[in-house]
Design a protein around this ligand. Structure first.
Ligand SMILES: C[S@@+](CC[C@H](N)C(=O)[O-])C[C@H]1O[C@@H](n2cnc3c(N)ncnc32)[C@H](O)[C@@H]1O
Length: 272
């Protein structure tokens, strides 16, 4: 891939989605663009980048940004956050919010949905009464492609093999030829929407639990600070933020305290 094309693409992706692609990652950009070249019937990466340069921002540009996202995820990823939810956070929040019977959750980088459905299965198994409350769970991502799969709740055998306990698979999924679909009862509890974390956020109610795992790693420090600041102002007192294992609020936002629960690290707001 030509250096000028690589620079153009990485700068474009950074300007649209804040995703930082370091010099030296040509192979990554090239392999992801090649997939798009084949899918969209371009002759070459040159031709695709030329088209981007010479046409107004539109569907092709969106697809290129989409192709540059890393959507790696799995059911019950890193397990400890789900143990913390089950053993500490949900019991605590249920007690606190019982008078009003309202619980608001947001998953801000939902990818293909495994994380949200893991949360929903944890609730269904341990405190299903919450589903009778005013239960509001929004899951968002920048990528339309992953959201399509998340909404469908359909997963390959390989995907369910990654982290899904067999008893939960049998209980909450239906076999559809060679794939598995999660039950409508759980699918209907979460609303998937497109949201770019570095664009304006639509109205959301004040939040009790935020999952923002494994996405800040792609951003520069100022972007991380801006996003954490916004989340801090949206978390209700007593609310919790989960980040990925390689992410932290430390040195980015001093108004979060780090709490370790059931071997999971999560964050609470100390001051708004
Ligand atoms: C590695 S996945 C993490 C999925 C899940 N949270 C987990 O931990 O398993 C990162 C997700 O962040 C999304 N993403 C990247 N940049 C984004 C942005 N600017 N706004 C919203 N989502 C973004 C990607 O599309 C991708 O699905």
């Amino acid at each position: 891939m030509k250096t000028a094309d690589f620079d153009y693409v990485r700068q474009f992706v950074r300007s649209q989605a804040a995703i930082v692609i370091e010099p030296g990652k040509e192979y990554l950009v090239e392999s992801r663009l090649m997939a798009l070249v084949r899918k969209e019937n371009y002759q070459s990466i040159d031709q695709l980048v030329d088209k981007m340069r010479n046409s107004p921002k539109g569907e092709l540009h969106r697809r290129v940004v989409d192709a540059m996202t890393t959507n790696e995820t799995s059911f019950f990823r890193d397990i400890h956050p789900f143990e913390a939810l089950k053993k500490v956070i949900l019991p605590e929040l249920i007690q606190k919010r019982r008078p009003e019977k309202q619980l608001n959750l947001w998953c801000g980088a939902a990818s293909t949905g495994q994380e949200c459905y893991s949360v929903l299965m944890t609730i269904a198994e341990n405190c299903p009464e919450v589903f009778q409350w005013n239960f509001n769970f929004v899951a968002t991502d920048l990528s339309q492609e992953v959201l399509t799969q998340a909404k469908s709740g359909v997963y390959t055998q390989l995907e369910v093999n990654r982290g899904m306990p067999a008893p939960l698979l049998v209980k909450y999924f239906k076999k559809q030829e060679d794939k598995w679909q999660i039950s409508e009862a759980l699918r209907s509890r979460v609303h998937f929407k497109e949201l770019n974390l570095v664009a304006d956020w639509p109205f959301m109610p004040m939040l009790d639990i935020v999952f923002l795992r494994n996405v800040l790693i792609y951003f520069d420090v100022d972007t991380k600070k801006a996003i954490l600041g916004k989340i801090r102002r949206m978390l209700r007192p007593g609310g919790y933020l989960f980040l990925g294992g390689a992410e932290t609020t430390l040195n980015l936002d001093d108004n979060f305290e780090r709490v370790v629960l059931e071997k999971a690290t999560c964050y609470r707001v100390t001051a708004v």
